[in-house]
Write a protein that binds this ligand. Sequence first.
Ligand SMILES: C[S@@+](CC[C@H](N)C(=O)[O-])C[C@H]1O[C@@H](n2cnc3c(N)ncnc32)[C@H](O)[C@@H]1O
Length: 319
Amino acid sequence: MRNLGPTGTGADTQGGSELLRDLQLALSKPPHAISPKYFYDAQGSRLFDRICDLPEYYPTRTEWGILSEHAAEIAEVTGPGTELIEFGAGSLSKVRLLLNDMRPRRYLPVDISVDHLHRAAASLRAEFPWLEVAPVAGDYTGSIDLPPVAWGARRIGFFPGSTIGNFTPSEALEFLRRAAQMLRGGGLLIGADLLKDPSVLDAAYNDAKGVTADFNKNLLARANRELGADFELSEWWHSAFFNPAHSRVEMHLISRRDQRVHLGGITFEVAEGFSLHTENSYKFSIEGLRGLAAIAGFRPHTVWTDDRKLFSVHWLIAP
Ligand SMILES: C[S@@+](CC[C@H](N)C(=O)[O-])C[C@H]1O[C@@H](n2cnc3c(N)ncnc32)[C@H](O)[C@@H]1O
């Protein structure tokens, strides 16, 4: 990648944007990687919902099955008088499986995709009129601005979707450490995708309809929409594969040819085969996840899985 430097055209209209800064950095310097959080604007959230419905994408269906089968037991271990905080709440679909049993006093879904979050919260309120829903727009990789805890309530975190797998191991530990502090006296209910036959993973991240490819390319589409960039989407291909050395599925966007891209007043010369690393999805063993949680300060309690041991849901007590 050769960065030709600022061209002076369309410069800095989004100068303060975090996406602009991080994308320029990823295009400029190895390891040419960017946080997957940037997939999620309203369009990215819609595409993720479509991924969840794909026949190849087993994680959503499987976690859904585990939560619905064990909702009563989950409510029993999490206990009464709770305030439920969901990290990366998306369309708020999985929490619906728990609400009638858990009956939290208040539900705080946290998400970075703000418009999508508010629409989803409105529909949840209509479906559960007894529930106080207080959406929180925020980035859970930093500090989240939560309202004071409801009087006498215990905080329970909910982190489904194996979103923990999008962190590197050290980021995951850091997130869990902060969660253990935030949820002291309560705990965290967390979904973690399990290690399995790579062919199952390969199919899940390379679906036949190309929805995951569109989701991956939404990063570039978003840069075009929000930052006035000129990524030619058809000139990039979606690559997803299991990397056994790191126990993770990696997603990349690969340049099909030598091309020139303008982004925030800088022209980038992109070589054929250039790879932009857009997401990791780490896969866990049950013991691995429990060990990480214990180091972070949780006391690992119950684990639920499906018959095929594809996915796991963990109840972690925050003493
Ligand atoms: C993999 S999806 C999971 C959605 C939902 N929890 C589920 O299990 O189906 C990740 C969700 O986290 C949100 N998200 C990603 N990065 C985030 C961040 N850094 N801070 C807050 N939300 C984030 C996305 O907008 C998206 O809704």
